[in-house]
Design a binder for this molecule. Structure first.
Ligand code: SF4
Length: 291
């Protein structure tokens, strides 16, 4: 397994085979993101090299691999034919393969369109991780996120119609103190409209050297304090009404790990949050948090 630079994957892919099919992120502009600064120039890893790695890993790990996460930042940007070669090779190399997933940006999903998404699904791509981070247009613009509220909904509708599962990720604190409630409530509404199978919230960590850190230094961005971030989660849940989603805030960046099914556990999750807001639930200490 060869990886260039730092590797990022969702918590739920902790036991997956990580295949690096692209290097970096083709967008690489989000103001809070430090993930691929060590790989500032996005490139596609040569197909022949990736296929060789899959073949070798198949010989080495074979039936032990049941999940594959295709990296880096937005691997769905790869041309459909390139993806089909990868998926075919993965099926051949790993006979016990149950799931292939990747990060995806709204624009990539829309550009693929219904026919190509269906071909990818039929070839074994199963799950897309999409991170709109916010549903608030002003916040989306400020953090330079790719895709609008409407484009994320369009992408989600296309992906679901093709039979792909969606995991949608939102970022507490992304709107700063100024947009806190608008950001949280609009994010909940976007979660409802995207109607993902998996839904999660992370908490923004301002990383030194990022554009948002420079705004913070100049007093032009203020991250809500811990009660403010918990309140955002409460507002988010007020508005988030997916049909049937597993909701988690177990990412290391969060102060309060929650897990439940929506809508079934809505009341219980809100109850835990209200107790936390009243100081009756212990929070994850700062030293145990991570990006
Ligand atoms: S799309 Fe994702 S990986 Fe790319 S810059 Fe934005 S947050 Fe970072």
């Amino acid at each position: 397994m060869t990886h260039v630079g730092k590797v990022y994957r969702p918590p739920s892919e902790a036991h997956s085979y990580l295949l690096q099919a692209t290097i970096g992120c083709s967008w690489n502009r989000c103001t809070y993101c430090d993930m691929y600064r060590d790989k500032p120039v996005f490139r596609v890893r040569p197909l022949v090299e990736t296929l060789r790695e899959i073949e070798e890993s198949g010989r080495r790990y074979g039936a032990r691999v049941d999940k594959v996460f295709v990296m880096d930042g937005d691997a769905l940007v790869l041309p459909t034919e390139h993806w089909l070669e990868l998926l075919g090779a993965l099926r051949a190399a790993f006979p016990g393969l149950r799931r292939v997933s990747c990060y995806a940006m709204a624009g990539n999903v829309i550009e693929k369109g219904p026919a190509d998404l269906a071909r990818l699904r039929a070839a074994g791509l199963q799950l897309l991780y999409m991170g709109p981070e916010s549903g608030d247009p002003a916040t989306l613009k400020r953090i330079a996120k790719e895709g609008t509220f409407e484009e994320h909904v369009e992408a989600a509708v296309l992906a679901r119609a093709a039979g792909l599962e969606l995991s949608a990720i939102f970022l507490l604190g992304a709107g700063g103190v100024e947009r806190s409630e608008a950001h949280a409530r609009a994010s909940g509404r976007l979660a409802t409209a995207m109607d993902p199978r998996w839904l999660s919230a992370l908490t923004l960590t301002v990383v030194p050297g990022t554009p948002i850190a420079r705004l913070e230094e100049r007093g032009r961005f203020v991250l809500p304090d811990v009660p403010g971030l918990l309140q955002e989660l409460r507002w988010f849940l007020d508005e988030a009404h997916p049909t049937a989603a597993t909701f988690r805030t177990n990412h290391a960046s969060n102060y309060l790990p929650l897990a439940g099914e929506l809508p079934r556990d809505h009341e219980r999750l809100c109850g835990v949050l209200d107790a936390a807001l009243q100081g009756r639930v212990p929070l994850r200490p700062e030293w145990r948090r991570g990006l």
